[in-house]
Design a protein around this ligand. Structure first.
Ligand code: GLP
Length: 223
C-alpha cells in the first residue's frame, strides 16, 4: 500500500482536514468515524477554522476509556474541547461507544454506515483500541489495553498507575465496514510499524494490517 509522505505536521493536518471538508461539503449528511490521541489535534484545529456546516453530520467515535467521563482526559472531553464545542454539530448527533454494544452497532448500521473513518495508529499497530491479537472479526466490545498502550498513553495521565487499563472500542470488522478510511501517522517512532502494517504480512499481530483488505484507504505520514 502506498504511504503518502508529507513534509510537516501542518501539511498532514491540512491534508486530512481537506478530505473531511470535501466529504462534508459534497455530502452534508455524512457519517464520520473519529479518532482521538495526539496525532489528530492539528487536523481538528484545521477543520474548526474552516467553519463548516456540521448541522447534518453524524459522528461515531472509535473508542473510549473505561473511566469517569468527566475526567479531563476522557475522550468525551477531548472531543468536546477539540471539535464538538467549536462547531454547530447537534449534541444528539455525536456518538461514543455505548452499552449495549449491539445498540451502538445498530446505530451505525441504522445510519447507513460510516462514510469516512479517520484513524491513527498505536506504536504496537493498534487501530482504535484493537490491540495486537484482536480478531479481524471483532465488533464493539470491552478490551484490556496492552502494556505498551498503557505506557504510551500514561503521558496524558501523569503515571502508568493513573492510566486507564480498559476501554470500549469499535471492532476491526466494524471499522472495515466504513466506505472510506484515512489513516494518519506522525513521528519517526511510528514509521516502522506503519510500514509493517501497510506492506508486511496481514496478521492479527499487527491490527492495522487488516486495512490491506480494504479497497478505499489512504495513508498519510510525516516525521
Ligand atoms: C490511542 C487511541 C488511538 C490512537 C492511537 C495513537 O491510544 N486509542 O485511536 O490512534 O492510540 O495515539 P497518538 O496519536 O497519541 O500517537
Amino acid at each position: 500500500m502506498e504511504i503518502k509522505i508529507l513534509k510537516s505536521y501542518k501539511e498532514l493536518s491540512s491534508t486530512v482536514a481537506d478530505i473531511v471538508e470535501t466529504q462534508i461539503k459534497e455530502h452534508p449528511l455524512t457519517k464520520l468515524g473519529l479518532p482521538t490521541g495526539s496525532t489528530p489535534f492539528g487536523m481538528y484545529e484545521e477543520i474548526v477554522n474552516r467553519k463548516l456546516d456540521w448541522s447534518l453530520v453524524i459522528t461515531f467515535n472509535l473508542d473510549v476509556y473505561l473511566m469517569n467521563v468527566n475526567h479531563p482526559e476522557s475522550y468525551q472531553n477531548y472531543m468536546r474541547k477539540n471539535l464538538f464545542d467549536r462547531t454547530n454539530i447537534f449534541p444528539d448527533h455525536s456518538h461514543f461507544p455505548f452499552r449495549p454494544f449491539s445498540a451502538f452497532e445498530d446505530k451505525i448500521e441504522g445510519s447507513m454506515g460510516i462514510d469516512l473513518c479517520i484513524l491513527g495508529i498505536g506504536t504496537n499497530g493498534h487501530i482504535a483500541f484493537n490491540e495486537p491479537g484482536s480478531s479481524f472479526k471483532t465488533r464493539t466490545r470491552v478490551v484490556n489495553l496492552s502494556e505498551q498502550t498503557i505506557e504510551d498513553n500514561s503521558r496524558f495521565f501523569g503515571s502508568v498507575d493513573d492510566t486507564p487499563k480498559q476501554a470500549i472500542t469499535m471492532g476491526l470488522e466494524t471499522i472495515m465496514e466504513s466506505k472510506k478510511i484515512v489513516l494518519m501517522a506522525n513521528g519517526d517512532h511510528k514509521l516502522n510499524i506503519l510500514n509493517m502494517a501497510m506492506n508486511g504480512e496481514v496478521t492479527e499481530d499487527v491490527p492495522a494490517s487488516v486495512l490491506q483488505n480494504h479497497d478505499n484507504v489512504e495513508v498519510f505520514y510525516c516525521d
